[in-house]
Design a protein around this ligand. Structure first.
Ligand code: SIN
Length: 489
């Protein structure tokens, strides 16, 4: 299938290892599908452990020269890459929509968001300051310097095919690391286009390597990365189950591991809140990318006094969301990524309905079939239902009713996850109380969108360890070295 790209050379179907765009050593290739039509978009190499080892060796060979560049020189290259990504934003958005399914407006937004990490880390690269520590003895001087950790690896998800790569790679390159990136099997084309642009920006061969694979070979590639003692840091975004398995394997080589895993975000609306604002925030926090983001609101808690009004306004808004292929105009909700995702959402809703939930609103699918799921609002839900504890990853909003503040804090924290959380209130004291009491890594108060390159992204509990973005994101790719200078007369 041919996509309408202004720059056709951005559609690459070979992997990137060192200076080569190459096939897998086995010669095997894997198909990539458009989730809106289930048509094949193209194929990419189905790489394996041996290919991954080659990519790691290339990253190792490129390391010494790359980490020896001045921070300012690496900053210039990141800045040049930022500019090329920005200039190619329409083509990148087309690729994202084709392989991930999200509406074009969201894909354009993702490219801007993704590029912002290159700009931010181009700036941060030059601010990786160390410390001077007051000495413990008169003849000593103590320093702490920050050094690149070495070769790093990134395993990235399909829901943000560009942003999750650049959030990791931007920080790694700024710190002076070289990288092996394994994009999700569903979305390799965006990754490969970013690889082409990195080369054009002047990033030297071997600094960025992109290993493509299938769902099956992903396990082999992940294991090769984890077991390699050359790879000193691994950053993974994906499911909690996969993250635990990678962390267990990476323990054998004592790597620094940063994990951004599943979520079960609460979205609380207190009765002193601006209801229109809360509805707007709910649409953004729930239906962005068809509900397929780790920070999506998973459970809505609405205080009794405003419960009915909130539901009436939310259902009216949800019924207006147009569902369809992401490349059609005015589409707000695209398809789910694949049949497995569709079946999971369907099963969670069936379980809720079987246990007494009521469908308050259901979007219109028209003649759409395949992996499209209608935006849905459920009421009469309770904490015994699967969707109260499992990540829905689909456009379904279950609404729980609550009476008082202490109850809702307990309910919101009644989950193994702790990535994001949202609440709406006009009471400033309550804003601080709730923000401090909710167990999570990120809180949106009176907003349904909190992600930005300048702030730390990450979770607590089973939602992960480490942070990406902001100045904290750089630390995942740095090591501290303490230097003690003696004999000062
Ligand atoms: C994610 O779903 O993991 C990323 C969402 C974001 O960066 O906003």
């Amino acid at each position: 299938m041919s996509l309408k790209l202004n720059d056709k050379t951005l559609f690459q179907s070979k992997a990137l290892i060192g200076a080569r765009m190459c096939e897998s050593s086995s010669g095997s290739r894997v198909e990539v599908f458009d989730p809106a039509t289930s048509q094949v978009l193209g194929t990419v190499p189905e790489m394996n452990s041996r290919d991954t080892q080659d990519a790691i060796s290339e990253a190792e060979s490129a390391l010494s020269a790359w980490r020896s560049l001045t921070a300012a020189a690496r900053s210039d290259l990141l800045r040049a890459w930022f500019q090329l990504v920005t200039d190619a934003s329409e083509d990148l958005a087309t690729l994202i929509t084709a392989e991930c399914g999200k509406p074009m407006a969201e894909s354009r937004g993702e490219v801007t968001y993704a590029a912002s990490f290159l700009k931010w880390y181009a700036e941060e690269a030059t601010r990786a300051y160390g410390d001077i520590i007051p000495p413990h003895q008169p003849d000593k001087r103590l320093f702490v310097i920050k050094q690149s950790i070495g070769v790093a690896a990134a395993i990235t998800p399909w829901n943000f095919p560009a942003a999750m790569i650049l959030r990791k790679v931007g920080a790694a390159f700024a710190a002076g690391c070289t990288m092996v990136v394994k994009p999700a099997p569903q979305t390799p084309f965006t990754a490969l286009a970013l690889g082409v642009l990195a080369g054009r920006a002047g990033i030297p061969a071997g600094v960025l390597n992109i290993v493509t694979g299938s769902i099956d070979s992903s396990l082999e590639i992940g294991t090769a990365i984890c077991k390699s003692s050359t790879v000193r840091a691994l950053s993974f975004t994906g499911s909690t189950k996969a993250g635990i398995s990678l962390a267990e394997q990476a323990a054998s080589t004592v790597k620094k591991v940063s994990l951004e895993l599943g979520g079960n975000a609460s979205f609380i609306v207190f009765d002193d809140a601006d209801i229109e604002g809360a509805v707007e925030g709910a649409l953004a926090a729930k239906f962005r990318n068809s509900g397929q983001t780790c920070v999506c609101a998973n459970r809505f808690f609405v205080q009794a006094k405003i419960h009915d009004e909130f539901i009436q306004k939310l259902t009216a808004a949800v019924k207006c969301l147009r569902v369809g292929p992401g490349n059609e105009t005015d589409v707000a909700v695209g398809p789910l990524i694949d049949n497995r995702a569709y079946e999971k959402v369907k099963a969670l809703v069936a379980d809720a309905i079987h246990n007494g939930a009521k469908i308050e609103a259901e979007g219109d699918l028209g003649a759409l079939g395949g992996h499209f799921y209608p935006p849905t609002v459920l009421t009469s839900v309770n904490s015994g239902m699967r969707l109260a504890h499992e990540e829905i990853f689909g456009p379904v909003a279950p609404i729980f009713k609550f009476d008082d503040e202490s109850d809702v804090v307990r309910l919101a924290n009644d989950t193994d996850f702790g990535l994001a959380s949202y609440f709406y209130s006009d009471d400033i004291s309550r804003c601080f109380r709730i923000a401090e009491a909710i167990e999570c890594g990120m809180i949106g108060i009176n907003t349904g969108m909190l992600s930005t390159a300048t702030a730390p992204f990450g979770g607590v509990k089973s939602s992960g360890v480490g942070r990406e973005g902001g100045r904290y994101g750089l630390e995942e790719y740095q090591e501290l070295k303490y230097i003690c200078l003696g004999g000062i007369a």
